[in-house]
Design a protein around this ligand. Structure first.
Ligand code: FMN
Length: 193
């Protein structure tokens, strides 16, 4: 028997954990956490944002970084989502070290092994939709296997909106564009799992 949930009781999975790094007009770094974001095309990320210090910064610089949250960075990720750079120097408070990204005017926060460098393609404050062109990606060699980002090494986290918790992405269960061939190549209703 299914139970009807309220439409606002969000459970869509996965929601990522994205740390958006920006500079203000004086070059002071800030970071905020966003869960409502997706890879919306090759080389493009779309994130849904309310008005924040971060959006003010992006309006001024037009550039930002997006770091993927991981098990090792979960405390910092949560902190960046519960305090505003309008009130506190979050980078200093968290004890983070930052460097300027090589390709955009935005900070890279040490300790995050995968960072996207983005230029603002469009930002619409009325819808809250930020579209970023990914111009480069900085990947720590510790999470690379055979030239690919290895999620087993990286241990990215997702945000579980229903339970308001962070979960680690789990094991591989099947090969994409391959698992379904069991059905495609079988007779109707005659495939072995
Ligand atoms: C797990 C989590 C996910 C969040 N996701 C979003 C989001 O997708 N969009 C958004 O506008 N705010 C989101 N927030 C809230 C912002 O991170 C928060 O308001 C933050 O203080 C903004 O920082 P800033 O003012 O320094 O830019 C999230 C917070 C948490 C803890």
């Amino acid at each position: 028997m299914s139970i009807e949930f309220d439409a606002h009781n969000s459970v869509i999975t996965p929601e990522g954990v994205f740390v958006i790094g920006t500079y203000d007009e004086s070059g002071k770094p800030n970071a905020m956490t966003a869960a409502w974001g997706i890879q919306s095309d090759f080389g493009e990320i779309t994130i849904y944002l309310s008005k924040h210090k971060t959006t003010d910064n992006i309006e001024k610089t037009g550039e930002f970084t997006v770091a993927a949250g991981t098990v090792d960075t979960v405390t910092i990720c949560d902190y960046f989502g519960i305090e505003s750079g309008n009130n506190v120097d979050k980078i200093a408070k968290a004890g983070c070290t930052v460097t300027k990204a090589p390709n955009v005017n935005a900070p890279i926060i040490e300790g995050f092994p995968l960072v996207l460098e983005c230029k603002c393609r469009s930002w619409d404050p009325s819808t809250g939709i930020l579209v970023g062109e990914i111009v480069a990606q900085q990947v720590d060699e510790s999470i690379i296997t055979d030239g690919h980002v290895d999620l087993g090494k990286m241990r990215p986290i997702i945000y579980d909106t229903g339970m308001q918790t962070y979960r680690v992405i789990g094991e591989v269960v099947a090969k994409a564009y391959s698992e379904g061939l069991k059905i495609k190549k079988s007779g109707d209703g005659k495939w072995d799992n």
